[in-house]
Design a binder for this molecule. Structure first.
Ligand SMILES: [Zn+2]
Length: 194
């Protein structure tokens, strides 16, 4: 799925179990980290633009090195190193990375039914065992849009109720203003329908 969906899933899935904005941001970033193995696309593009011999690092690396148990452990340890509540951050990051894997397995295929994306959970130690779901839907699909919109609505509703949102990871003051606007909307909606 897209990084936006992964971020929303990470926030909605784990913000309640973490005690401060820094730890929430770290866990959400850990949930995005598996797609770092797609960074080979930069080298491929550069070689193409510079008319150098073509490479396929994106195809060769993506889903192979960042989408497995070893990567999940590495990302979790990394997240814990930067977190306040280290054990809690490590556990949440581990599950957040696996939520990313699950989302990818559900809805990341290409434009044709056989263009499925599989995960190599034991990579880089064993790249013969591929996990794939035959019912996988397209990356650009109504299912992914519906999931993203639903997650966003949950995030906004919770933010208006609890008084914090992902904006606070960047600027507490901006979050303050954002929450004030959300609460006005919430009040308007409740007045209209409640
Ligand atoms: Zn991914």
């Amino acid at each position: 799925m897209s990084p936006i969906t992964h971020f929303l899933a990470g926030w909605v899935g784990f913000e309640s179990s973490l005690r401060n904005q820094r730890d929430r941001a770290i866990v959400c970033l850990a949930g995005l980290a598996p797609d770092l193995d797609g960074a080979g696309i930069v080298i491929d593009l550069f070689n193409k633009l510079a008319s150098l011999p073509e490479t396929s690092f994106y195809q060769d690396w993506h889903r192979l090195y960042g989408h497995g148990i070893t990567a999940a452990i590495v990302f979790s340890l990394f997240a814990a190193a930067f977190g306040h509540d280290r054990l809690r951050v490590a556990i949440a990051a581990f599950f957040c990375v696996h939520l990313h894997f699950l989302c990818d397995l559900l809805g990341s295929r290409g434009s044709t039914p056989d263009d499925l994306w599989g995960l190599y959970y034991l990579a880089p130690w064993d790249v013969t065992q591929e996990i794939v779901w035959q019912g996988q839907w397209q990356l650009i699909s109504w299912q992914n849009t519906l999931i993203s919109v639903t997650l966003m609505l949950i995030l906004l509703e919770r933010a208006s109720r609890k008084g914090y949102s992902p904006v606070g990871c960047l600027s507490p003051r901006a979050d303050h203003r954002f929450i004030a606007v959300l609460r006005q909307w919430r009040y308007a909606v409740m007045k209209r329908f409640g």
